[in-house]
Design a protein around this ligand. Structure first.
Ligand code: ATP
Ligand code: MG
Length: 551
């Protein structure tokens, strides 16, 4: 078991019997967007701690803001959590909205204890009364309403007697607190809005800072793990646990959120990318969302490995996105079968190969995994190779095909280029080559060597395909830093569609999500836009490793 400061705290709590030796965590997404790689870190932590300490981990939707939430998000979150390989305790996922009645009763209890009051200040007045980081706030003129008046007003808030914004319920704590979160924070607000689960049953909704700690307590969570921006909210968390009647006393522990280079992770910005159609949707393969990474060809294993590599710390940092690419490359190297595809085809005609003839080359699907089996790859007189693999006038270090030169066609034959045929515009239209029939399989019986091995497909058998090559969505390391407009920092070359690719016949009619290594080109996944007649492949990651993992 890997350790970190949170597991150390849990270990110590177990030793002291703090929570009776129990470990209960939760993953609490708000269904106001799709999950992203940062959420994967939070899931690995919460589900991982539960697993390591034989505890439980709940999946709870923090669905307290109906205006921004939607069932589409709920469904995508359930799919992503499951796909990543996590299983929540309880048969069904949990929802803070299922606790609305209980949360309301706790508010009534706080009012009864003189610890909460209905405030009738306008939003502007409230802001003014709140004070600043350096100046204390001042008490609202409504702060000393009687318990009965507060109970009556709160009941009428619930009954829908007031418009949005007319009243709020606030905790009565300390308007002079150096911590702004403790200056009589709002607990409930009026929102005449339809909720995706409770419908129109409610027109007051609890604030996150109120609902979250109490929901944790109701579920008897022991360790409530959250990101650092909630550190200053912890006194309020503890205050609510201390003053409301709750069945358990969870403790909040903060950790650093994941930040990645060349990536935006804020849901607000991701939503903007989607709404303004800068990407094709939440699952655009360039998005850092779980659904985008899945469509791109990432495996759950690669994402979990990434989360292991980055670990969990207390201090904010920024992780090189190259590490994420490294993790998926390593994983796909192990599991992806190999195949051949030519992105920008150049035809070669083997003049000494009989017309109308073809043969099947028996090829292993994975060089290190015999259980992956073999397949037959057709070979014939006309072959496509990659346009880049030929140069008429090659520089010194270029070892691939050139006039008069012999190279290997992978798993097939040695071929020699005799002539480059050009059209009237001087462009090369095809190469005339010869092959050596004695080199079937790719090796010469006389032991002569060639300096290059090229991938290829048989022209007569090839299937037309579209290949989508992705690059980073942003061209700067820290998009949106300072006052920068993150949209202006998008990489204009983040998607290149290669329409005229030719792929070997085994690559036709593969199911969406299937992953494969195109020899010499990278790892690719079949896109959901694929049809049997025209497969579409997403490049997950190139073969070349630009990132060195710490040894
Ligand atoms: P917001 O609250 O602004 O809508 P959020 O990203 O915090 O956005 P939540 O749905 O509240 O979204 O997040 C669910 C859980 O995932 C929370 O516990 C949160 O702390 C955690 N989380 C969110 N973003 C990251 C991140 N980048 N790294 C690690 N954990 C994260
Ligand atoms: Mg949040």
């Amino acid at each position: 078991m890997s350790s970190d400061f949170i597991r150390e705290i849990v270990t110590a709590d177990n030793a002291s019997g703090k929570h009776g030796g129990r470990v209960a965590t939760r993953f609490p997404p708000e269904p106001n967007g799709y999950l992203h790689i940062g959420h994967a870190k939070a899931m690995c932590l919460n589900f991982g701690v539960a697993r390591d300490f034989s505890g439980t981990c709940n999946l709870r939707f923090d669905d307290t803001n109906p205006v921004k939430e939607d069932v589409e998000y709920v469904e995508s979150i359930l799919e992503d959590v499951t796909w990543l390989g996590f299983k929540w305790d309880h048969d069904a996922p949990l929802y803070a909205s299922d606790y609305f009645e209980w949360l309301y009763e706790r508010a009534v209890e706080l009012i009864g204890k003189g610890l909460a009051y209905v405030d009738s200040l306008t939003a502007d007045e409230m802001r003014e009364y709140r004070g600043t980081l350096t100046a204390p706030g001042k008490n609202s003129p409504y702060r000393d309403r009687s318990v009965d008046e507060n109970l009556d007003l709160f009941r009428r808030m619930r009954a829908g007697e007031f418009p949005d914004g007319a009243q709020v319920l606030r905790a009565k704590i300390d308007m002079a607190s150096p911590n702004i979160n403790m200056r009589d924070p709002v607990l409930y607000r009026i929102r005449h809005a339809h909720h995706h689960r409770t419908g129109d049953a409610w027109c007051i909704y609890p604030m996150y800072d109120y609902a979250h700690p109490l929901s944790d307590a109701l579920e008897k969570i022991t360790h409530s793990l959250c990101t650092l921006e909630y550190e200053a909210h912890r006194p309020l968390y503890d205050w609510l646990i201390a003053h409301a009647t709750v069945p358990a006393s969870p403790q909040q522990i903060e950790f650093a959120r994941l930040n990645l280079t060349y990536t935006v992770m804020s849901k607000r910005k991701l939503l903007q990318l989607v709404n303004e159609k800068h990407v094709s949707g939440w699952d655009d393969p360039r998005m850092p969302t779980i659904s985008g990474l899945r469509r791109r060809g990432f495996t759950p294993e690669a994402i979990r490995r990434f989360c292991d590599e980055i670990g969990v710390a207390k201090r904010e940092n920024v992780i090189d996105v190259g590490l994420l690419e490294f993790c998926v490359r390593e994983d796909l190297n192990k599991r992806a079968p190999r195949a051949m595809a030519v992105l920008r085809p150049l035809k070669i005609v083997l003049e000494n190969y009989p017309e109308g003839q073809s043969e099947a080359m028996e090829v292993v699907n994975h060089p290190d995994d015999p259980s992956a089996g073999t397949r037959k790859v057709p070979f014939s007189r006309e072959i496509y190779i990659e346009r880049d693999d030929f140069l008429e006038d090659p520089p010194k270090k270029f070892f691939r095909l050139a006039p008069g030169r012999e190279v290997r066609l992978r798993n097939a034959y040695l071929v020699t280029c005799r002539e480059a045929v050009k059209n009237a515009a001087g462009e090369i239209t095809e190469l005339r080559c010869t092959y050596d029939p004695a080199t079937r399989g790719g090796d010469a019986p006389d032991g002569r060597k060639v300096k290059a091995t090229l991938h290829w497909v048989s022209a007569a058998h090839a299937v037309d395909a579209e290949v989508r090559l992705y690059d980073r969505l942003f061209s700067v390391e820290n998009p949106g830093a300072g006052d920068a407009d993150f949209l202006a920092q998008m990489n204009p070359h983040s998607l290149e569609r290669v329409a005229g690719a030719k792929v070997e016949p085994s690559l036709a009619a593969r199911p969406a999500g299937d992953r494969v290594q195109f020899e010499r080109l990278g790892y690719f996944a079949v896109d959901k836009d694929s049809t049997a007649a025209r497969p579409v492949f997403n490049r997950t990651v190139t073969l070349k490793d630009s990132y060195q993992v710490r040894g």
